[in-house]
Ligand binder design. Structure first.
Ligand SMILES: NC(=O)C1=CN([C@@H]2O[C@H](COP(=O)(O)OP(=O)(O)OC[C@H]3O[C@@H](n4cnc5c(N)ncnc54)[C@H](OP(=O)(O)O)[C@@H]3O)[C@@H](O)[C@H]2O)C=CC1
Ligand SMILES: O=C(O)CCCC(=O)O
Length: 482
């Protein structure tokens, strides 16, 4: 971390109630490109996590008492500081997460955009006046901050998954305790350092690190917490939702996906190829909205395959900190093994791997992009989240057939399709089972649009005007004026 322009951004302590807190036990955090230890984070004992929740609770009254405009001014300072320190934050992210520097910088700006957006939205939390049914009554509603919030976030987007939750919480007048993924805590702690510099009051934004089960236990069951938000795998989300049930916490879950990407015979194939590369290989494929299954109409299959494969063959695998890298290391050796097991299962069941010619010798967490053809739904790879740079191609002949295959999954996060027929676009957009649909585009994420899934991909929406609702309670007032 000695290349940082602002070395104070590299924090190896938790941030609780405006203080930097260490613990007797620590956990090493390593660079996934070369396993070099970057630093240590506290393995916080549960009583310290309980204390963090109590501080967040104590800080609530003063924070919620500020106006939306006052909170917006503080959040705006946080946003500005993140933008000013974007290069340092990107470097920290690349070193702990592996993604190429230009992608890390893109994520920092994306993360900051949620703070700017929700700072503004916090000024516009309106209630309603409802026409009464009894002459002497007056009916109104108020929206109030839900209370202390907690969040557990993943390693694939170490900054944006925090700000997409913390920004609406803080803008609404709530306080929050965040546990980042153990692989990528330093980006989170750098955000905390900037929150401190921005003047976010003590106890309003807290970051705790350590054993995920123990901390998760507190963050999903503490009676002072009203709302829990999670981004990560579906099995862990299911478990955490169960844990939240005992204290009836409002729960947002942004879980796994199995995105289909459909290219119809009337599509612009060149556009579909370029968009497919972006939607599949962004963050090395380690994104919940990355394409899991390409369905290509038989009439354009050969053209798509030739052009797509040529582009995949140009992707460079390497250290994300080095210029020219398109795909950094996978997050862990386990992620590599899990993905290789999906590829092996597909190959055993009849899929074929297309030689690309640009393969490096796979070592450590470096994993070449792969294109598999003759994939079908009997294979694990068509049913499970790949979370890596493997593209799987399936042929189809009719709209009915492809919709059936696309919807044949427990997931429903993102889907993509390409067609130039407006009637088909309308039909397919209405029938495809996902919370988000990219039509003739492979990039759908931004702060103004509602991000979230249906089926077992989760609950709730993040970003957009809807994203703040999860951090508010609606109160109904019935006044008798006689
Ligand atoms: N929707 C998405 O964006 C993501 C989906 N995934 C999917 O999950 C797969 C596995 O990735 P993985 O990193 O293991 O994802 P996890 O769901 O296990 O991890 C995400 C977060 O949950 C925490 N966590 C894990 N187990 C528990 C628990 N029992 N109690 C409380 N918190 C917990 C982790 O903490 P810690 O790091 O400390 O263990 C991390 O902060 C990926 O291959 C991908 O398919 C993964 C990440 C993001
Ligand atoms: O859950 C994820 O994988 C992060 C979503 C990234 C995005 O907002 O596009």
């Amino acid at each position: 971390m000695d290349q940082l322009k602002s070395p104070s951004l590299f924090r190896q302590s938790c941030y609780i109630n405006g203080q930097w807190v260490s613990a007797e036990e620590t956990i090493n955090v390593a660079n996934p490109a070369n396993q070099a230890v970057l630093g240590q984070i506290p393995a916080l004992p549960t009583d310290a996590v309980n204390l963090a929740v109590e501080h967040a609770h104590d800080a609530m009254d003063a924070w919620r008492a500020q106006t939306g405009k006052q909170r917006a001014a503080i959040l705006r300072r946080w946003f500005n500081l993140i933008e000013e320190n974007a290069d340092d934050l990107a470097l920290i992210m690349t070193l702990e997460q592996g993604k190429p520097l230009h992608e890390a910088k893109g994520e920092i700006l994306y993360a900051a955009s949620f703070i700017e957006w929700f700072a503004e939205e916090g000024k516009r939390i309106y209630g309603d006046t409802i026409p009464q049914t009894v002459a002497s009554t007056r009916i109104t509603t108020l929206k109030q901050p839900i209370g202390v919030c907690s969040a557990i976030t993943p390693w694939n987007f170490p900054a944006a998954m925090i700000t997409r939750k913390a920004a609406p919480a803080l803008a609404a007048g709530c306080t929050i305790v965040v546990k980042p993924a153990t692989e990528t805590p330093f980006t989170a702690l750098a955000l905390a350092e900037l929150a401190d510099q921005a003047g976010i009051p003590a106890g309003v934004f807290n970051v705790v690190t350590g054993d995920s089960r123990a901390i998760g236990g507190v963050l999903t069951s503490h009676p002072l917490i009203s709302k829990f938000s999670f981004t990560g795998s579906t099995p862990v989300g299911r478990l955490l939702a169960e844990q939240c049930a005992s204290t009836i916490k409002k729960t947002s879950l942004e879980l796994g996906g199995n995105a289909p990407f459909i290219v119809f015979d009337d599509a612009d194939v060149d556009k579909a190829v370029a968009s497919g590369i972006a939607a599949k290989f962004r963050n090395g494929g380690q994104t919940c909205v990355c394409v899991n299954r390409f369905y290509i109409h038989s009439d354009v299959y050969d053209e798509f395959l030739t052009k797509f494969t040529a582009k995949v063959a140009q992707l460079n695998v390497g250290n994300g900190a080095e210029a020219g890298t398109d795909i950094g290391p996978m997050i862990t050796s386990k992620a590599v093994q899990d993905m290789q097991a999906l590829v092996d299962d597909a190959l055993e069941r009849g899929a074929k791997q297309i030689p690309l010619g640009n393969e490096i010798e796979e070592h450590g967490n470096f994993f070449n992009p792969k294109v598999l053809v003759d994939v079908d739904h009997s294979m694990r790879i068509a049913n499970e989240e790949i979370f890596g740079p493997v593209a799987t191609l399936i042929r189809f002949d009719s709209e009915e057939e492809v919709l059936k295959m696309a919807n044949d999954t427990i997931y429903g996060l993102a889907s993509y399709f390409f067609s130039n027929d407006i009637r088909r676009v309308t039909r397919v957009a209405e029938r495809i089972e996902s919370g988000m649909v990219g039509i003739n585009t492979g990039i759908i994420s931004n702060e103004v649009a509602p991000f979230g899934g249906v089926k077992q991909s989760g609950l709730g929406r993040e970003g957009s005007k809807y994203g703040i609702e999860d951090y508010l309670e609606l109160k109904y007032l019935c006044l008798d004026v006689d």
